[in-house]
Each structure stands twice: as structure tokens, then as C-alpha cells.
Write a protein that binds this ligand. Sequence first.
Ligand code: C2E
Ligand code: CA
Ligand code: CA
Ligand code: CA
Length: 275
Amino acid sequence: AKAKGRNTYHFYSQDLDEAANERLYIENELRIAIKAQQFTLYYQPQVNSESGEVLGYEALIRWFHPSEGNIPPSKFIPIAEATGLIVELGAWVLEEACHFSRRLKAAGKTANISINLSARQFKDAQLISTLSDIIHRTGMEPTLLHLELTESMLMGDVEAAIIQLRDIKALGVSLSIDDFGTGYSSLSYIKRFPVDILKIDRSFVKDIPEDPNDMEITAAIIAMAQKLNLQVIAEGVETEAQMAFLAKNNCYIVQGYYYSPPLSEAEILRFAPAM
Ligand code: C2E
Ligand code: CA
Ligand code: CA
Ligand code: CA
């Protein structure tokens, strides 16, 4: 706040609302947390609903702050994104998930690992070298690595996005469109992007079987994805009825509380069945 006079200053300092203060607090704490290694990854199984096999895991970041306790990603990822801290944090996520993949393999539980990529990371000119560096350093099998992007990240400079996607795929890595159906793109648009998997957003799944519109949309997404030769994963599957509806409409890969919440590595190594 600029202090021109007493009253002006008073006005501005009152205007600094709680939300802005919290943002600043989290930004400062994020810088500390990266150095102090307060982050960990949890992994949510992606399950074949017919066989019960775990096909892969989505890595989801967790922040256990020493005094605040658990701070959810919805609170800090947007701030990490806005400040650019996500590039460093995202590189840590990639590296940690690749090491996890090696430990899974060593335990005889080989599975795909999906990692969320933020817009900032996707647009980063260093992304390809960072990725290939991490893959080589960790010995990660690149065909097991899936990167999740959202539709909005692909809009804007479409040609640049296509080049970046091709360069990622050239490393042997697979690509998923996350939260599918919530962005601006249509399936005909998606056809231009070299992606492998669509993840149906939880907002369509959550009111199945009560909401006929959501059921129509979900069935249409699955049908069109099949025509485009894309795999489909449904996210946020919480009930048997949802799983059954999806299976009836040819979506057999599901992720959600019905099967499992995100788990710690220790829990996975103890309990999760092999692929
Ligand atoms: P997302 O990628 O859409 O991840 C799915 C979110 O839904 C996760 O929340 C997961 O815990 C939650 N979820 C899974 N199954 C169910 C279910 O059956 N019901 C309900 N209600 N929720 C379910 P989480 O872990 O809090 O992550 C929130 C978002 O934060 C993620 O949404 C993703 O956009 C972002 N995020 C998480 N980890 C990372 C990361 O390492 N990097 C980046 N860039 N973003 C991340
Ligand atoms: Ca995701
Ligand atoms: Ca998602
Ligand atoms: Ca989501």
C-alpha cells in the first residue's frame, strides 16, 4: 500500500483482505516448504472394473505443513502456478513419481504412473530437457509415464501446443486430457492433438444415476473417444451404480473412492495387488 497520507494508508491497509493475506502467507510458506521438503506424493489407483486389476496410479501432491497441518492442493497449486514456483515443485513431483515407479517395479507391482502437469510447466521451454533428464536419471520406463493436461492448456497457441505434445510423445511418454468435458474444446478439436487418454471429469460422474443429462454426456464422451481410438478413464467414481453405468457404456477404467482414495507409498507396497 502506498502511504500518501494517513487516511489513504488506512484505506489501503483495510483493503488488504484476508484472502490476499492468506495468499502471501502461502507463497512465503511454499518457498520454505520446497527447501524443507514438506511435500509428499499420494497415489490413487486406476482400476480395471472388470478384472479388478490396478492398471496405474495418479500421483497427487500432499503438503503437510509443520504448524498448519495438511494444506490441500486446491489451496496452494494455483499460488504455485501464479508465482512460477510450480516449475520447481513440478520437477520434484516428476522425479519423485519416477523413483516411486522404480520401487513399484522392484516390488513386482509394475503399473502406469500419471502425473498432473500445470500450464506453466507445459509452456516451459525447458520441459522436454527436464523430462528426458529425469527419465534417464531415474531409469523410469517412459512408456509407463502418463502426463495429464487440461484442455485449456492446449487452447491459445494451438500449433505450439501440438509441437510440445509431439516432443513429449517422442520421449515415449503417454498423454491424457484431464477433467475432460469441462473446457472449451470439442472432440473434433481433440482429434488434432496427439493424445492417448481422456479422463471424464468427476462433475459428469457424480450425479449418475440420478441426472439423465450427465448420463447422456458421459455415454457420448465414451462413444466418441472410442471412435477416435482414445482410452477413457472415469474419475471420481464413488458408487457401484456409477461403475456399472460406465461399464455398460464401455468405460472400464475407473478411478475414485469406490475403489480407493489416494494412498501413501507404504500403503500401496503393503496392500495393492500387482498389475
Ligand atoms: P485432479 O487432477 O482432477 O485430481 C483428482 C482429485 O479428485 C484429487 O484431489 C483426488 O483426491 C480427488 N478424488 C479422487 N477420487 C475422488 C472421488 O471419488 N470423489 C471425490 N470427491 N474426489 C475424488 P486432490 O488430490 O485434492 O487434488 C486436487 C487437484 O490438485 C487435482 O485435481 C490437480 O488438478 C491438482 N494437483 C494435485 N497434485 C498435483 C501435482 O502434483 N501437480 C499439479 N500441477 N497439480 C496437482
Ligand atoms: Ca489429474
Ligand atoms: Ca481430473
Ligand atoms: Ca478435477
